[in-house]
Write a protein that binds this ligand. Structure first.
Ligand code: SF4
Length: 251
């Protein structure tokens, strides 16, 4: 049951030194074989190498060929990480099988090949940091994956640039609003400190009569008027009566 890649873990295999024919027997696997695998310290390594080598026959990692085919394809990972994933999967699988075979559970077929795993646990998704994922894509042998990585890298660069621009714009807007508020405060305070402006003199309303003409008429007609200033209203009225002139306020 060894392969070139299994040399490092084979020495610790629980089946080492046992009759390997029992692991490759046709039909129902022996419960002893399955128990041996479940207690094997290198079960995940054994399963990993059988999946990697696509070993078609025999019990590997305590799983039959049919059960192994139900395991989703492993993501491209370093060997140690892939084995870790499989170890998690096997633990969950054991738990599920224990629940199915407990007295409280429904009877299950006793032949593993006849008892397909109803729900083989999917390995926990591997979330790589973006940079690592891009590096992985860059170095992939598949040109399509390389191209995907290049597109993703360009899109990320665009996003990062846009993020930086938006951030700076927001900072500028905040600064503008603060400066505008401060300017308003300063102008208000400046207005408070400036001396009050002199009241604007009220505009003199222009006379609605020809003063020089009225004075000349008054002098001729025995009215006394000052040579400067406003002509008394009575004199103006008399002038209007005598000359037939009308003022701005007359209708
Ligand atoms: S998991 Fe089973 S087949 Fe694999 S090395 Fe251990 S005992 Fe052997």
């Amino acid at each position: 049951m060894t392969t070139a890649s299994s040399a490092d873990w084979w020495a610790r295999a629980a089946c080492s030194g046992k009759d390997s024919n029992r692991w490759f027997a046709m039909g129902t696997p022996s419960p002893t074989v399955l128990d041996t695998c479940r207690g094997c310290p290198v079960r995940a390594e054994c399963l990993h190498d059988s999946l990697t080598n696509e070993t078609p026959n025999g019990i590997w990692g305590g799983l039959t060929p049919m059960q192994r085919r139900q395991i989703p394809a492993l993501p491209r990972l370093p060997r140690a990480e892939a084995i870790g994933l499989l170890r998690t999967l096997l633990t969950r699988l054991d738990t599920e099988l224990a629940e199915r075979t407990s007295p409280m559970a429904q009877p299950v077929p006793t032949t593993p090949d006849d008892a397909p795993l109803k729900a083989v646990p999917t390995p926990a998704p591997v979330v790589l940091p973006v940079d690592k994922l891009l590096d992985w894509g860059d170095s992939h042998v598949d040109p399509d994956v390389q191209a995907q990585a290049a597109r993703a890298r360009a899109a990320l660069t665009g996003l990062r640039n846009r993020y930086a621009s938006d951030l700076e714009l927001n900072q500028i807007t905040d600064e503008e609003e603060k400066l505008a508020a401060r300017l308003t405060e300063l102008r208000t305070r400046k207005a408070e400190l400036l001396p009050a402006k002199a009241k604007t003199k009220s505009k003199r309303t222009p006379s609605d009569y020809p003063a020089a003409e009225v004075r000349a008429w008054a002098k001729t007609n025995g009215h006394e008027v000052s040579p400067t200033g406003r002509v008394p209203k009575a004199v103006v009225d008399a002038w209007r009566s005598a000359t037939g002139q009308t003022g701005a306020g007359d209708s």
